[in-house]
Ligand binder design. Sequence first.
Ligand code: PLP
Length: 387
Amino acid sequence: MNEIGLHEEEILSLLNDAKIKDFTYDRVLSSMCTTPHRIAVKAHMQFIESNMGDFGLFRGTHGMEEEVIRMTGDMLHCSSAEGYLTTGGTESNIQALRSMRNLHERKHPGCRLNVVVPRSAHFSFDKVSDILDIEVRKVPLESDLKISVEAMQSLIDENTVGLVAVAGSTEFGQVDPIGKISELALEHDLPLHVDAAFGGFVLPFLPEKHMFDFSLQGVTSIAIDPHKMGLSTIPSGILLFREFKHLNCLKAHAPYLTVDSQYTMTGTRSGAAVAATFAVMKFLGKKGYTGIVSKCMEMTRHLVKKAAEIGIEPVIDPVMNVVVLQVPEPAMVRATLSSEYNWHVSITRDPKALRLVIMPHMSCEMIDMFMSDLVKVLDSTSKAKSE
Ligand code: PLP
């Protein structure tokens, strides 16, 4: 650290230097985050110092957190759901599985516990395995990139603490057969966590109805991220439990705060993100989110059509605003798009293909520009291969 503080102008100049090195979202097709809504930014700034780790001092902000939980529970068909605002899908998933582990009654002390998750689950579940020392059993995917319930059933045993289903997989935007997984969970008397970190702010606003939330009796917890399709600021995640006992088993005594206990993983928590999420949800309402999702789906269809015109098919018909294109040499295509054309895309693991997330910061014009550069990259890649 420097001995003496710098002048404000120098700091601002350093900040600008850093800022111009960041990519702007208008060249990004790989992220599940986006430019937050202006009302969310405004609210975030207004509550910048608010700490939800000691919410007795910030009662107004805490009231907003309670209202966000109520609104989200209502949207996901359980208005009495309990929960809190997390830093995002990773924390929500870790806490949901920690709750399963804490509630599990061990039948075989000494045996390693396990949780059964789809192979398409986000890599946060690998962190769970390390942190909680639980085996994460991965269910293989069918050709439509969903799990089969029979395959999930075959991995359950007496040391299983719970099941996980994905509503909007990170790589393909696919939704598992959650209705059937819910029945399986009820049959085995196991909790079922649904990772809807991405899909949670998409599926309720699509014209086709997908069963994925608390309307299914077996679903006991849901992760849903306002900082993805909810258009809030980072870090905004939400973890909801159907019943208080699932939250209560995460309780830790807090000896020197204004509140005597915490259920959260982190101590100090951003009240700014709470205010941002409250503001954007109130501002947009169901109608606003429906409009945003419908625009993203229109762009998704536009991209699929443009790709078909050059003979490229998606791996699956997009269920939501994620398109995965079957291009030759996806890793090389991705690298060239980035180094020569400043487009940022990602690739999937199995099958290997080009992954594009169609977020609200995009437009059909941006997609057209991208597609015209993709054609050039595909040409140069096929030439390079034939030489
Ligand atoms: N779950 C799903 C389905 C995701 O797509 C992601 C991130 O993209 C996460 C969890 C992790 O979310 P975060 O990066 O906010 O922790």
